[in-house]
Design a binder for this molecule. Structure first.
Ligand code: HPA
Ligand code: ZN
Length: 328
């Protein structure tokens, strides 16, 4: 059996960013919306760099305008993830793209997404949980609205709160109110840092927002003191190697710091981020890591174990997923 066949846990997946281009084109066709500029002639998403990626992403979101659209999207995503061996996944959901931050609208979108997750669990044997994310470049006021939606719908399905978006806009600390609100509602916390921001952005994320997981965080490798702090504070990194390579942080998998982070004692996990944008799948991430670092079944079992322990789900779900991992 190839390592790519192993069951997998994914903790860092942007819901809209997981939309297959053909799915977005189909919705555009049904709604008579012209999105032709977003795609390359071969049908893939077309973007030059991270800022352009974010604008193509948001333009694609223009066709996702109803709970029913999100129900269909969720089923499509989970079918694809399950086909790649994912047994448990946490997805980033943004009220900004689901009703614009209005609580009642958000509840309607969430009901449709959860409905699809129940159907997918039955059909494809994959478990999904939601992490609500605010969008950094939309600013702290929008983030507060997202945090209120998160606090109102926190529970055993919405289990966490986080932040994505453009890391070069504002500071982590600008979003303290939103993160405190989410924490008080019992939500677990993560934020994107150390992808385009340097090591100091990871330090800010841990100290100013008190997150227990960091999205990416890979540039922490540039600062040994920070590595010690990450290990001491038991922070887990949601590493997305293929995304980092496509966005030009590292020229190839072999140059990616994931192996060095792991050797330094940092808890690392593996995810795809926005798989069709970055031409990847969980299966491909495993294949590329095996090829670049010689990792075998034991290494991937250790990564999955780290991911299982860092998952934001309740203990009953964790135990169930553990059984799934042990019986491929
Ligand atoms: N990084 C940061 N923000 C995002 C991403 C991403 O990959 N996808 C959607 N928002
Ligand atoms: Zn991300």
């Amino acid at each position: 059996m190839s390592v790519a066949d192993l069951p997998k846990i994914e903790l860092h997946l942007h819901h809209e960013g997981a939309a297959p281009p053909a799915f977005i084109r189909q919705l555009a066709h049904e709604k008579r919306i012209d999105l032709s500029g977003l795609f390359k002639p071969d049908g893939r998403y077309d973007f030059r760099d991270f800022a352009h990626f974010l604008s193509v992403y948001e333009a694609a979101c223009e066709v996702l305008k109803s709970p029913e659209d999100f129900r269909r999207l969720t089923l499509a995503i989970l079918e694809e993830s399950a086909a790649n061996g994912v047994v448990y996944s946490e997805t980033f959901l943004s009220p900004d793209f689901c009703g614009g931050g209005d609580l009642q609208a958000w509840c309607d979108y969430l009901a449709a997404i959860q409905d699809a997750a129940v159907e997918a669990e039955r059909k494809f044997d994959i478990t999904l949980r939601g992490v609500i994310t605010c969008v950094r470049h939309f600013g702290p006021e929008k983030a507060k609205a997202s945090a209120r939606c998160a606090a109102e719908t926190a529970g055993d399905w919405i289990t966490g709160f986080g932040m994505g978006g453009n890391e070069s806009v504002g500071a982590q600390g600008d979003f303290k109110w939103a993160f405190d609100c989410a924490r008080e509602a019992g939500l677990r916390l993560t934020t994107h840092a150390g992808e385009f921001g340097g090591p100091e952005s990871v330090r800010d994320a841990i100290r100013d927002l008190g997150v227990e997981r960091v999205g990416h965080g890979v540039r922490a490798i540039e600062d040994p003191d920070l590595i010690r702090e990450i290990v001491d504070r038991d922070v887990t990194l949601e590493v997305c190697p293929g995304s980092n390579v496509v966005l030009g942080l590292y020229p190839e998998f072999a140059a990616h710091p994931i192996a060095r982070l792991r050797e330094a004692g940092v808890k690392v996990t593996v995810s795809t981020d926005d798989p069709p944008f970055f031409h990847t799948t969980m299966r491909r991430e495993y294949e590329m890591l095996a090829q670049a670092f010689g990792w075998g079944a034991e290494d991937f079992a250790a990564l999955n174990d780290t991911a299982l322990n860092a998952a934001f789900c309740d203990e009953e779900t964790r135990a169930r997923v553990k059984t799934r991992l042990e019986t491929p």
